[in-house]
Design a binder for this molecule. Structure first.
Ligand SMILES: C=C(O[C@@H]1C=C(C(=O)O)C=C[C@H]1O)C(=O)O
Length: 162
């Protein structure tokens, strides 16, 4: 992987994609899209692990805030779609308890990759990496506009602009 942002971007894309399963798990149930307690757990875990990886905790948390916003953007977009076209709503309901461990694993891999890509993330050229994200979204993941938009926001947060 080196310092290239491809793997980081692909992991972010996988995290955007899994929002489909999360939305399907919650749609038509009392579980809201936003779960602040779960989000706080993630931020606390990220902040605790960051220093051991040579990462600034605030920087790592900022990145994960963007990943979570991207995930919720997709969930909201899918809800709107499913409300408008009930025939497109999922017919089976996955178990959120089985999805979250996969997200935990992606979070760990993202954190590792954040540490590995520090040079690319601090480079002045980093914002151009949005193009990489667009390519990953299109060519690798065949994302629609909703998912591509979510990934663009998530990928932009990788750059350290301070
Ligand atoms: C993915 C979920 O939905 C939301 C998004 C989260 C995330 O991206 O990690 C965490 C909590 C929720 O606010 C979830 O509930 O697990």
């Amino acid at each position: 992987s080196g310092s290239s942002l491809w793997r980081l971007t692909d992991l972010a894309a996988q995290r955007v994609r899994i929002a489909d399963k999360v939305a399907a798990a919650k749609y038509g149930t009392p579980s809201p899209i936003d779960d602040p307690a779960r989000e706080q757990q993630i931020y606390d875990s990220v902040a605790a692990r960051a220093p051991g990886l040579g990462l600034d905790p605030a920087d790592a948390v900022r990145f994960f805030r963007a990943q979570i916003e991207a995930n919720k953007l997709v969930q909201r977009g899918l809800y709107a779609r499913w409300d408008a076209h009930p025939s497109s709503a999922p017919r089976t309901r996955p178990d959120l308890g089985e999805i979250r461990p996969v997200i935990d694993r992606l979070n760990t891999d993202l954190l590792t990759e954040l540490a590995a890509t520090r040079p690319a993330r601090t480079a002045r050229s980093c914002p151009a990496h949005e193009l990489v994200a667009a390519g990953v979204a299109d060519v690798v993941h065949h994302f629609d506009a909703l998912h591509a938009r979510a990934l663009t926001g998530a990928a932009r947060a990788a750059c350290i602009t301070r």
